[in-house]
Design a binder for this molecule. Structure first.
Ligand SMILES: Cc1cc2nc3c(=O)[nH]c(=O)nc-3n(C[C@H](O)[C@H](O)[C@H](O)COP(=O)(O)O)c2cc1C
Length: 157
């Protein structure tokens, strides 16, 4: 089972997580970051982390998930595959790097290139507005979910 662990403040990452789960199909489980507990994660074969970049890092709720789960799971997930999908206004690299550092601590194995969707929100009004994600970006998310689930099913990771 693939866990798609997500957090979203204004809707973009939620839409991306749903598109990933549509691509991955029944072999995936959407888990809000607030509900991701060590016991749930231990039962999962792979992980896709989906969240926005906020103030140059992953969103606080996603970080809280890692803070809660990191030590209970340290040494217990080694070698499991992971990928990321980050939504951002114009960057995304800070959130990306921070998730990668934590995943490296868990000895997870990245199996898909980083997916960063920039929505070009610049003004406070644009940043705070509910987001929509373009069809092509949702297709990229869907493709990520599909290839990840296929890799798990075929045992190639
Ligand atoms: C508090 C806050 C901080 C943000 N900081 C950044 C940032 O550092 N870099 C960036 O590219 N976008 C930043 N953004 C823009 C969001 O990453 C972007 O709007 C994203 O698509 C939101 O995803 P969501 O709709 O899933 O919450 C910020 C947005 C908020 C609300």
């Amino acid at each position: 089972m693939l866990a798609i662990i997500w957090h979203s403040r204004t809707g973009a990452s939620r839409a991306m997580a749903i598109a990933i789960s549509e691509g991955a199909g029944q072999a995936s489980h959407l888990v809000p970051a607030a509900e991701a507990m060590p016991a749930i994660m231990l039962g999962m074969q792979g992980f896709i982390f989906v969240c926005p970049e906020n103030l140059g890092t992953m969103s606080g709720m996603m970080k809280e998930m890692f803070d809660r789960c990191y030590y209970p799971l340290l040494g217990r997930l080694e070698g499991r595959p992971y990928a990321t999908a980050i939504s951002a206004g114009s960057d995304g690299s800070g959130a990306q790097a921070q998730v990668d550092r934590i995943a490296t601590g868990w000895r997870l194995k990245r199996v898909a290139p980083p997916l960063v969707v920039c929505l070009d929100a610049q003004t406070p009004q644009q940043i705070l507005a509910e987001k929509t994600v373009s069809r092509s970006d949702l297709d990229a998310c869907c493709e990520l979910g599909m290839s990840f689930a296929e890799g798990l099913a075929l045992g190639i990771f």
